[in-house]
Design a protein around this ligand. Structure first.
Ligand SMILES: Cc1cc2nc3c(=O)[nH]c(=O)nc-3n(C[C@H](O)[C@H](O)[C@H](O)COP(=O)(O)OP(=O)(O)OC[C@H]3O[C@@H](n4cnc5c(N)ncnc54)[C@H](O)[C@@H]3O)c2cc1C
Length: 441
């Protein structure tokens, strides 16, 4: 069952030319197109399926600095401000609220890790409160359990995955940009080695700039252009319960299960980090580079099935620009849920929060989380194809940092002062060293 998602209008006509074309209407692509349009550029956003229909509507909605890797923390902090500012600037509602995130634990080791992160974050001006046992148990009273401690990060928050990307797409339309759904980009054209156009299934758009924000499809698209982008997709399953006034915190993480209040008053419930790796030729190709990542996360990952192979997003095949591509055969990646994980998630949730026992499961869905070997996204212009900017591999964090990533992409395109130091994100790092430091959280 797909995750809930609001609809957005499609522009009637594909333009013949644009200042920039953004490929992919997830949260990263819509924010990139939005910030480009705000700078007066003529922007066309092409999306093979529906705006927000892949990862960007399937996630928990957390927009967090808490426990963020040092390389991503500046972008996370800026993004929280941008989420707030977007609502004021555009008059559109993404459901963003600084509700604070609550982490509870009974493990001394886990608490020590959070305390180390608190010490590091304090130096860069991020506030987070460690909770002792009594405070944690009080904040987590809905669980009825005694906790050893916890963390509360008051400036973090959540946005609504069902409405965020569509809201930003509407803002692009208001600024004069165009949004084209059911419109796959098949490839690019070049002139004198520089990007000169984007070829879509409905025609070619002449442009000097293209941003590939294609989520789990980015590596196979790059392969067509001779660009090596190591990427792996993890299939993650999640459930939602119906609205019910059961007095839970807005966003609560525990090692067993995490819950997040949704805009409709229901809750999303999931096990953090848990997922299946569906073996595909692409996974095998990049597996040496992902070894450190898989070693670090092996406890929560399990082998999957042929789902990923059949979906086509990790194909090693070459496709033609004048014939339907795998993107047109799979408009929306809507992988099968892992039923065992859903059962386990629900039983852990009821154990953690007994009031959930009386509330029915409203929906369950899965999403492919696209990851890089070091768990940090690849954002930057590809030197071999001037004018082609890659922005993918958001490794399970891209929803919260979507505004900051979109802003940075617009800065790169327009040559403005970058909102954050772009160097930790540049995809060149995957060429220069096989193994980078894997993000801690
Ligand atoms: C279960 C789950 C929980 C998560 N929880 C969180 C969380 O709480 N907080 C957080 O920050 N992140 C979370 N994430 C991760 C987050 O959802 C992603 O990192 C983020 O949505 C990625 O955005 P994106 O725009 O890069 O990709 P996507 O949302 O996947 O969008 C890519 C889009 O590109 C389109 N596309 C691809 N190729 C083409 C093409 N050639 N032509 C046209 N269109 C194309 C696709 O159809 C798709 O719509 C979670 C993810 C999952 C699955």
């Amino acid at each position: 069952m797909p995750a809930p998602l609001k609809l957005v209008d499609t522009s009637p006509k594909l333009p013949e030319a644009a200042d920039a074309v953004v490929i992919g209407g997830g949260i990263v692509g819509v924010f990139a197109a939005y910030y480009l349009a705000r700078r007066g550029m003529k922007v066309a956003l092409v999306e093979k399926g529906r705006i927000g229909a892949e990862q960007s509507s399937r996630n928990w909605g957390w927009c967090r600095q808490q426990n963020r890797d040092a390389r991503e923390l500046p972008m996370a902090t800026k993004s929280l401000d941008l989420w707030e500012r977007f609502a004021a600037e555009s008059g559109e509602d993404t459901g963003f609220r600084r509700c604070g995130l609550l982490y509870l634990s009974t493990s001394e080791e886990e608490l020590a890790g959070w305390a180390r992160w608190r010490d590091f974050a304090r130096n860069v001006g991020v506030t987070t409160h460690m909770l002792n046992g009594a405070q944690a148990s009080e904040r987590g009273r809905a669980t009825g359990k005694r906790w050893k401690g916890g963390v509360f990060s008051p400036t973090d928050g959540t946005a609504d995955p069902a409405s965020a990307a569509p809201a930003v797409a509407r803002a692009i339309l208001k600024l004069g940009g165009t949004v084209h759904q059911s419109c796959a980009a098949r490839g690019i054209e070049t002139e004198g080695g520089r990007l000169s156009g984007v070829v879509t299934e409905h025609g070619t758009i002449r442009t000097k700039t293209a941003v590939l924000a294609g989520g789990a499809w980015a590596s196979s698209f790059c392969r067509q252009l001779g660009i090596r982008f190591p990427q792996a997709a993890i299939r993650s399953s999640i459930l939602a319960v119906s609205p019910g006034s059961i007095g839970l915190p807005d966003a609560l993480h525990t090692a067993a299960v995490s819950v997040t209040r949704r805009a409709d008053g229901g809750y999303t419930v999931a096990i953090s980090g848990r997922g299946r790796v569906d073996p595909t030729p692409q996974q095998l190709r990049f597996s040496p580079q992902f070894l450190p990542m898989f070693v670090k996360r092996w406890r929560s990952l399990a082998p999957g099935g042929l789902e990923g192979f059949h979906s086509g997003h990790e194909t090693l095949a070459r496709w033609r620009l004048d014939a339907p591509t795998p993107m047109e055969r799979m408009r929306i990646l809507d992988p099968a849920v892992d039923k065992a994980t859903i059962r386990l998630t629900h039983s852990r949730a009821v154990d953690l929060l007994p009031p959930l026992k009386n509330i029915s499961i409203a929906a369950a869905w899965a999403g492919y989380i696209d990851s890089t070997p070091d768990g940090v996204p690849g954002i930057g212009e590809i030197a071999a194809v001037p004018g082609f900017i890659l922005a993918a591999g958001f490794s399970g964090h891209g929803f919260g940092i979507g505004p900051g990533a979109g802003h940075l992409i617009a800065d790169i395109v327009t040559g403005n002062e970058p909102i954050v130091d772009p160097r930790p994100y540049h995809p060149d790092r995957f060429r220069k060293s096989a193994w980078g430091k894997v993000a801690d959280f």
